[in-house]
Structures are given as C-alpha cells and as structure tokens.
Design a binder for this molecule. Structure first.
Ligand code: 13P
Length: 251
C-alpha cells in the first residue's frame, strides 16, 4: 500500500529565509518520526534551492506552489517548471484556488500539468468548487476542471498525477468537509478520469485539502477514501504540525 502523502503548503510564509530554514529543520525532525507517511514541503519558490540543498535522497521532497508552462521567454515575474525542478522541486501544485483566483484558467492548468510531467515532476492538480449547490452543480464544475487538467495527459502517466480536492469554502478554517462527503467526491473524481482516460484512471491518487489539522487529519485519511492531505496554515505552525504528524504515526 502507498504511504499517505502529506503536502505542507506554506503559501507566502515565512517572512525570511532564516525563518524558513528554522521551520524546515523542525518539520524535518517531526517527519523523521512519522515513518508511515511521505512528506512533501511546498515553500515559497525563493526558498526552494536553499532548503533542498543537500536533501537529495532524503525523506522530505519539495514542491513548487505555482510555475508556468512555458519553457522560457517574456513572462515577467514568473518561473518555469524546468526552473523549479532545477531548484529542487519534484512535485508541482497546479491550479491552486488562490492562483486560479488571480486569473488562471482551466486551459492554463492543463498546460501546466503537461509541462510538469515533461520536466519529470509530479503534478498535484488542485480542483474544487467555491460553493456547493443542492442541485449538485459542483460535480459538473469539478469534472470540467479535471477534463481540462488531464487533457494532455497520456494514460501511461496517470499514476504520476495527484488530484487534490480542495473545496474553496473549506479552506482557511478549522473544520474539514465530512469524510463521507469526501468519499463521495473521491469516487466521482476517479470515475471522471476513467471516463476520459480509460481504466488506468483508477491509479491517479486523490488527496484532500481544506482546514486539515491535528484533530481531523487522521479521520480524513481513514474514512475519506483519500491517500493524502494538503495542509495550509497548520503546516507553518510548528507545534500543530508536529502534533498532526504524530497523530498519523499509527496509520
Ligand atoms: P488551509 O489548510 O489553511 O485550509 O489551506 C488549505 C490549502 O489551501 C492548502 O493548499
């Protein structure tokens, strides 16, 4: 069985490289005790190279929070997948809702997934609706995000991609959606990929993000039909993240 994946999305934190190094040291120690999980840290891109230095073959992997599909050129302020890989990232978040909110389209997400694969990185495609509707329109919304995100993905690469279901309404608080609802969505996500890409679609990993903390992570992993979690604000709080990892040591 695959070890559960824990992705620590530090977002735009911490404020200095010095603090980032400190946070990483403590995170690394906590991860060394949590041998039953695979830890991926997504720091601001500026800190990637420094943190990844000397970590080749180590237990913690790195992820870029956002990178462009283009290989280079006139894209002021952006970085490419290749540059992120060169700086030490082996995973790439694609289409996080906070990036989509700044204008990224489903088509852009599809291009970035393909570019991450071409750079030998594992894309973590983030999908999720802003709000739920009694008519179930959120399922169609997520299906559109998945279809565009997987458009350029050959069946042979399906097991290299991770889908992170992050309902926007559940981000930034203290309460996740219920594991039962997550279970339903995980089935829907796999069904959608199987419909577009055939039976190998079942091999794509599904993880959950949105207010995961030290009290609810374990339950989500056990009952939510997911093989990982994407943690935001709790991942930059040393005490809380250490507690979260230790609750997973029996999984
Ligand atoms: P929170 O864990 O702060 O809700 O953030 C979730 C998220 O956006 C992770 O990518």
């Amino acid at each position: 069985m695959l070890k559960p994946l824990v992705v620590a999305n530090w977002k735009m934190n911490p404020a200095t490289s010095r603090e980032a190094k400190k946070l990483f040291e403590v995170t690394k120690k906590a991860a060394a005790k949590a041998r039953t999980i695979t830890l991926v840290v997504a720091p601001p891109a500026l800190y990637l190279r420094e943190l990844a230095k000397g970590r080749a073959g180590g237990r913690v992997s790195f992820c870029v929070q956002s990178a462009e599909a283009s290989a280079g050129g006139a894209h002021t302020g952006e970085i490419s997948m290749r540059q992120a890989k060169d700086a030490g990232a082996s995973y790439a978040l694609v289409g996080h809702s906070e990036v989509r909110a700044r204008g990224m389209s489903n088509t852009d997400a599809g291009r970035q997934v393909a570019a991450a694969l071409a750079a030998n990185m594992r894309p973590i495609l983030c999908v999720g609706e802003a709000k739920r509707s009694p008519s179930g329109a959120h399922f169609a919304f997520v299906a559109e995000q998945l279809k565009a995100g997987f458009e350029q993905v050959p069946a042979s690469k399906l097991s290299d991609i991770i889908v992170a279901y992050e309902p926007v309404w559940a981000i930034g608080g203290e309460e996740t959606m219920s594991p039962r609802e997550m279970h339903e969505m995980a089935i829907f996500i796999r069904k959608t990929i199987v419909e577009t890409h055939g039976p190998k679609g079942i091999s794509t990993r599904v993880i959950y993000g949105g207010s995961v903390n030290e009290d609810n992570a374990d339950e989500m992993l056990r009952d939510g039909d997911v093989s990982g979690i994407l943690v935001g604000h709790v991942s930059v709080d040393v005490a809380r993240f250490t507690a979260l990892l230790s609750t997973l040591s029996n999984i």
